[in-house]
Ligand binder design. Structure first.
Ligand code: NAI
Length: 243
């Protein structure tokens, strides 16, 4: 599987799944712009991977437009957008502050729409594609995760909707739906014995994933090997949604 010649943007590309994806893309021959809010982390990752960095908060549409314009100018066009940036939340609807709902929806759902809206004209030019990072909690309800499940469920259906609207323009749109992955987002959770027991009970493979086990699926969906795949929400979950 190659991404030779592909010009890609990965949001939230400085840690976890985004960083593993940017690494995998670079190894497969893609030119990459990683986007994140932190300038220090962004510059460091760009230097380590030999890619570009653009400081972006995905909640702000103008910043996402600037990111896409930067990628198009620097890389000479855009073939792949990975809408990966996100924040977690494990609060039930009664316990949740309204600010938390707004923050999660703004980042995890509206951020995906911002990237999609900004990238589509360029993806039409290149016959490119989008890969969204959703979650198992977009496919099934997430225990005690009201805003996160709502946002990721939105991403799953948005993926299908945009795929339908733009298939005739030659643009493919898919998502991956990871189970629990060992990243900075889940550090605290994975340290808890109670959570480990919950995870193992619900995951037939009996463990969390490493980000490097999610990145190859994203890379496949971004590659020409997936030329007939669109509107798919692909579980990468150790069997969570199968049982
Ligand atoms: P992470 O915390 O390592 O990475 C998230 C990245 O998004 C960070 O680089 C962070 O700075 C960035 N980010 C957050 N808000 C942003 C904003 N407003 N603008 C720009 N960048 C922003 O966590 P992880 O796990 O790698 O998460 C990546 C994606 O994977 C997220 O969408 C998450 O919801 C999803 N996911 C994670 C799972 C897990 O168990 N870790 C499971 C399923 C999905």
């Amino acid at each position: 599987m190659t991404l030779e010649g592909k010009r890609a943007v990965v949001t939230g590309g400085t840690s976890g799944i985004g960083r593993a994806t940017a690494t995998r893309f670079c190894e497969a021959g893609a030119s990459v712009v990683v986007a994140s809010r932190s300038e220090d982390a962004g510059r460091q990752v760009a230097e380590e991977l030999g890619c570009e960095f653009f400081q972006t908060d995905v909640r702000e549409y103008d910043q996402v437009v600037d990111l896409v314009e930067y990628a198009v100018e620097t890389l000479g066009g855009l073939d792949v957008l990975v809408n990966n940036a996100g924040i977690g939340s494990v609060t039930s609807v009664e316990e949740m502050e309204l600010e938390e709902w707004d923050a999660v929806i703004a980042t995890d759902l509206t951020g995906v729409m911002h990237g999609t809206k900004a990238a589509l004209p360029h993806l039409r030019d290149s016959g490119g594609c989008i890969v969204n990072v959703a979650s198992i909690y977009g496919l099934v309800g997430g225990h005690g995760a009201a805003s996160y499940s709502a946002a990721k469920g939105g991403v799953v259906n948005f993926t299908q909707q945009v795929a339908i609207d733009y298939a005739r323009d030659g643009i493919r749109v898919n998502s991956v739906c990871p189970g629990f992955v060992d990243t900075p987002m889940t550090d605290d959770l994975l340290e808890s014995e109670r959570f480990q027991s919950f995870l193992q009970t619900n995951t037939p493979m009996n463990r969390a994933a490493q980000p490097e086990e999610i990145a190859p699926v994203i890379a496949f969906l971004a590659s020409d090997d997936a030329s007939y795949v669109t509107g798919a929400n692909v579980p990468v979950d150790g069997g969570w949604t199968a049982h």
